[in-house]
Design a protein around this ligand. Sequence first.
Ligand SMILES: C[S@@+](CC[C@H](N)C(=O)[O-])C[C@H]1O[C@@H](n2cnc3c(N)ncnc32)[C@H](O)[C@@H]1O
Length: 230
Amino acid sequence: MDEATVDRLLAEQRRYYRERAPEYDDWWFRRAGYVLDTETAARWFADVREVEAALEAFGPRGDVLELAAGTGIWTRHLLRHADRVTAVDAVADVLDLNRARTSGAADYVLADVFDWEPPREFDVCFFGFWHSHVPRRRFEAFWQLVGRALKPEGRVFLVDSARLGDARHLVSSTGEVARRRLSDGREFDIVKRFWEPSELEREAAAVGWRLSVRTTANGHFISASGTKAR
Ligand SMILES: C[S@@+](CC[C@H](N)C(=O)[O-])C[C@H]1O[C@@H](n2cnc3c(N)ncnc32)[C@H](O)[C@@H]1O
């Protein structure tokens, strides 16, 4: 994929999340168009509890940076541990929802992560359901940004989709491009890269990170924690 195509896709991805903002949480909480049958819902919510417990065990303490923070589904958890949370997202409507959910308790920054410099070094950098939206061409630059955002001993934690997902909003997918549909029928092309744990550990190691990645028991999500390799 050439640079112009990547730029076009990333712009469409920002537009998609702007338009999806009012319905984003329905996917995570399995409401409205995303309701699951009882058994499938039980497996989904068991995996949700598993990734939430993994974040609890990690303990995102100190000065915490959240990239692509969204509507605050994870910001609310980070705030319980951190002294301070800086929540960055490229979509103003999304950040407004986050601010409302978290009662203004974080610092909210409207910025494109591919065009933003961290103002200081943080203790922890967290991103939920964002790494899969980073195109191959921006992978190394993204991890370099995470590196600049962290103190030398700083820690990273990410949560993301595993391949077994709910395909309800998926129209088609080709390579790293997925076509998604909103509840009103509008369609958008975005980036979606699924990572096997061993592949992510290997590719992150190649750009200077030591990550430990695992998949949840029912196969919906991955979580990863780590530090810069020394
Ligand atoms: C899949 S959502 C994840 C939201 C949140 N982290 C969560 O797990 O609930 C992806 C988020 O990335 C944001 N986003 C899209 N492109 C971005 C960019 N270039 N820079 C920063 N945020 C971006 C969207 O607005 C959206 O909130």
